[in-house]
Design a protein around this ligand. Structure first.
Ligand SMILES: NC(=O)c1ccc[n+]([C@@H]2O[C@H](COP(=O)([O-])OP(=O)(O)OC[C@H]3O[C@@H](n4cnc5c(N)ncnc54)[C@H](OP(=O)(O)O)[C@@H]3O)[C@@H](O)[C@H]2O)c1
Length: 250
C-alpha cells in the first residue's frame, strides 16, 4: 500500500469516465473512497461495487456540486460518516450539456470548485491535499485561442477555476493542505472526446495525428499520484500532448 492507504478521498463526478477510474484506483491503494455523482446513482453504485469487489472500501454520495446547499450537505455527511477528508479530487466538470444555461460552465467549473475547496477545508487535517483536474485546452487557455467548437466557455471557465483555486494556495498552506493540478490532453474513449468528434471532428483528428491520446487509466494514475506525491504547492502534472506542450506560447 502507498501513502494514500486509509486516507478518506472524495472524488467529485466519479460515476463515470475519469472520475470513476480515479476512484477505483484510489480504492486499490486502500483509501476509503467517496464516489460523488450528480444524478447517476446506479452508475456510482457500480463504481462502489467494483472497488469493494477488488477488496477496497467505498461509498456513493450524491450532490450537484454547483449547488452550495448540496455541498453543505455533502460536507456534513462526510463529517458524520468519516470524521475527516484527506484528499479532495476536484474532477467534476461540465458545460457542454444540452440543457446547460450560459452561466452554468462558470458556476460549475469556477464557483463550485472554490466553494467545494472552502467548504471541505475545515474537514481536512494537516497533510491533506486538494487536486484540481483540468485539460490542456483549459490550462493553457487564453482569450481568442482556438479550441474545439463549443469548448471555449468550458476552457475559459476551467482556467478561471484553476486561477481562483491557485489564489487560495496561501490559505491552503496556512492549514498545511497541499494543492496540485493535473492537466490532460484529450483522453481516449471519453464521452467528451466522442462528443467533440461529432461537433468538431477536425480538432480530434489533428490531436490523434500528433500521436496516440492518453487513456483514462493513464490519466487516473496521475490523479492518484497527485494526491500523495511530495511536490511543491501548485505543481502541475501534464498527461499527454508533448507536441502541444512544445508549442511556443508567449
Ligand atoms: N475527457 C477528456 O478528454 C478530458 C481531457 C482532459 C481533462 N479532462 C478532465 O477530466 C475531468 C473528468 O472528465 P470526464 O471526461 O471523465 O467527464 P464526464 O465523462 O463528463 O463525467 C462527468 C462526471 O461528473 C459528474 N458531474 C457532472 N456535473 C456534475 C455536478 N454539477 N455535480 C456533481 N457531479 C457532476 C457526472 O455525474 P452524473 O453522471 O451523475 O451526471 C459524471 O460522473 C474533467 O475535469 C475534465 O475537464 C477530461
Amino acid at each position: 500500500m502507498d501513502s494514500t492507504a486509509q486516507r478518506v478521498v472524495l472524488v467529485t463526478g466519479a460515476s463515470r469516465g475519469i472520475g470513476a477510474e480515479a476512484a477505483a484506483q484510489y480504492g486499490a491503494t486502500g483509501a476509503r473512497v467517496i464516489v460523488n455523482f450528480r444524478e447517476k446513482r446506479k452508475r456510482a453504485q457500480a463504481v462502489v461495487d467494483r472497488i469493494v469487489a477488488a477488496g477496497g472500501r467505498a461509498s456513493a454520495l450524491g450532490a450537484d456540486v454547483s449547488d452550495p446547499a448540496a455541498v453543505e450537505t455533502l460536507a456534513a455527511e462526510i463529517e458524520a460518516n468519516f470524521g475527516r477528508l484527506d484528499v479532495l479530487v476536484l474532477n467534476a466538470s461540465g458545460g457542454l450539456e444540452r440543457d446547460a444555461d450560459p452561466g452554468y460552465a462558470t458556476r460549475l467549473n469556477r464557483d463550485a470548485q472554490v466553494n467545494l475547496a472552502t467548504t471541505m477545508l475545515p474537514l481536512m487535517p494537516s497533510g491533506g491535499r486538494i487536486v484540481f483536474v483540468t485539460s490542456h485546452q483549459a490550462h493553457f487557455y487564453r482569450a481568442n485561442d482556438e479550441v474545439p467548437q463549443g469548448y471555449g466557455p468550458i476552457a475559459a471557465s476551467k482556467r478561471a477555476g484553476e486561477d481562483a483555486l491557485r489564489a487560495l494556495i496561501p490559505e491552503f498552506r496556512s492549514r498545511e493542505i497541499g494543492f496540485t493540478v493535473v492537466s490532460g490532453d484529450m483522453i481516449d474513449g471519453t464521452i467528451i472526446v466522442r462528443l467533440l468528434e461529432r461537433r468538431d471532428p477536425n480538432s480530434v483528428e489533428s490531436r490523434r495525428a500528433a500521436g496516440p491520446l492518453p487513456t483514462v487509466e493513464e490519466f487516473a494514475r496521475v490523479i492518484v499520484r497527485a494526491g500523495a506525491d511530495d511536490v511543491i504547492d501548485g505543481h502541475t502534472y501534464y498527461v499527454g500532448g508533448d507536441d502541444y506542450l512544445a508549442l511556443p506560447r508567449q
